[in-house]
Design a binder for this molecule. Structure first.
Ligand code: ADP
Ligand code: MG
Length: 389
């Protein structure tokens, strides 16, 4: 019940944000046009030679106010996802490094900047300048929250958001993501503040210091990128923002040889391995057998269903080949889910996939492994899935 209430609350919240976004977007769009007219005619008048110095100076003031207005409107447009964005493959780490360089020169010296950048971070599809805007806004807020100094941490990493995560986070699709964290140990915020931070014009800063558009813009940009943002904060305990961007490529490719790598933990569960190719069945069986598992084999979808119906009590996991003659892996997955909606299935394929695996994960598979199997990766994935709820 708590989970449902939480989801319900999240849903109501996101619907509210959606409505505010439409309203703000409409206003911003119209204001943008008006401001363009004001700025355009100001420019034209300024070109007139006969214009006196006083008149020129006055029109400069109109221009500069107009520009400020246009900037504000741009942020509102970003919030309502109407800002133009040019998406291309982006690596987040260099952006974090660049931000650190800029911040070191601009924010107070009592604030330490710490970078914790993950290795082999997946590529994301992003507008580089919008990514910088996100980082800059979060960092400046963090800096504002630490008037007496502190530590600002920027973190990046690869994460897999699984079904159980998505069940507690409305609107999140399972899959591979790049996480970007910005945290501080500043004064933090209470629950009421935290509930409103993404709304446009919400600010707790004194007039002239804050516009309340920073996080609204961040929110809009993240949404436009198909991502998610979370905020954790307690008064006096600092604040942590986390953004998840969908990864473009799934970093499946485990480096070819890594002898010092520890073989992941095995288990005693029974696994049903479905593959039409005997060699791969044998190889998979060998690897899983070494891990201590009992392996049942099926060489096609129909056989897999038959075995699953008979043995479902003892089968804890199904590893399913995607491309098989006869019943496809996809069909087989659907049928398995019909028999048992909680069945744990890992999809395996020799195709190098990216959108592909996401589709299967959305359809109910837990994870994806590429073939030919990599010992470490297969055992680790199997263990992870078995241990997850
Ligand atoms: P602004 O910075 O102009 O106030 P923002 O949209 O960037 O607008 O932030 C909205 C509000 O969210 C801030 O006024 C502040 O109350 C709160 N906030 C944002 N980031 C932090 C943070 N890191 N620590 C504490 N409060 C924060
Ligand atoms: Mg701000």
């Amino acid at each position: 019940v708590t989970k449902e209430m939480m989801l319900q609350k999240q849903l109501v919240w996101s619907q509210k944000m959606e409505a505010v976004g439409i309203l703000a977007g409409g206003i911003a769009h119209d204001f943008n046009n008006l401001l363009q007219v004001i700025l355009g005619y100001s420019q034209i008048i300024l070109q007139r030679e006969a214009l006196g110095d006083k008149a020129k100076a006055d029109i400069q003031k109109i221009t500069s106010a107009g520009r400020n207005g246009a900037e504000l409107v741009q942020r509102l447009l970003a919030f309502s996802r109407k800002a133009e964005s040019h998406l291309r493959p982006v690596d987040v780490n260099p952006h974090a490094e660049q931000l650190k360089n800029i911040l070191e020169r601009t924010i107070p010296k009592m604030i330490q900047i710490r970078l914790l950048l993950g290795k082999n971070i997946a590529t994301i599809k992003a507008d580089p300048s919008q990514l910088d805007q996100i980082l800059m806004n979060l960092a400046l807020n963090a800096s504002d929250a630490m008037p007496d100094g502190g530590t600002l941490t920027i973190e990046t990493g690869n994460v897999f958001l699984d079904n159980s995560y998505c069940q507690t986070h409305a609107g999140v699709l399972p899959g591979q993501y790049v996480s970007l964290g910005v945290s501080d140990n500043g004064f933090g915020m209470d629950d009421t503040t935290r509930e409103h931070i993404f709304e446009p014009f919400f600010t707790t800063k004194e007039t002239g210091k804050g516009t309340g558009l920073g996080l609204a813009m961040v929110y809009g940009i993240v949404k436009q990128h198909g991502g998610y943002i979370t905020c954790e904060s307690e008064p006096g305990q600092g604040t942590q923002f986390k953004i998840y961007f969908p990864a473009v490529e799934i970093p499946e490719t485990v480096p070819a040889t890594k002898p010092e790598e520890v073989i992941p933990k095995g288990g005693i569960e029974t696994i049903l391995l479905v593959d039409d190719e005997a060699v791969l069945r044998d190889m998979g069986g060998e690897i899983l057998g070494q891990g201590g598992y009992t392996v049942l084999n099926a060489s096609n979808g129909a056989q897999a269903l038959e075995i699953y119906m008979k043995e479902r009590q003892r089968i804890s996991l199904v590893i399913l080949d995607l491309v098989m003659p006869g019943m496809s892996g996809k069909r087989c997955l659907e049928e398995l889910l019909k028999i048992d909606p909680t069945v744990k299935v890992i999809v395996a394929s020799g195709l190098s996939v990216d959108g592909h695996s996401k589709t299967f994960i959305r359809e109910g598979a837990r994870r994806f492994v590429s073939k030919p199997y990599d010992v470490t990766h297969l055992l680790k994935t199997v263990r992870d899935v078995l241990d997850a709820n």
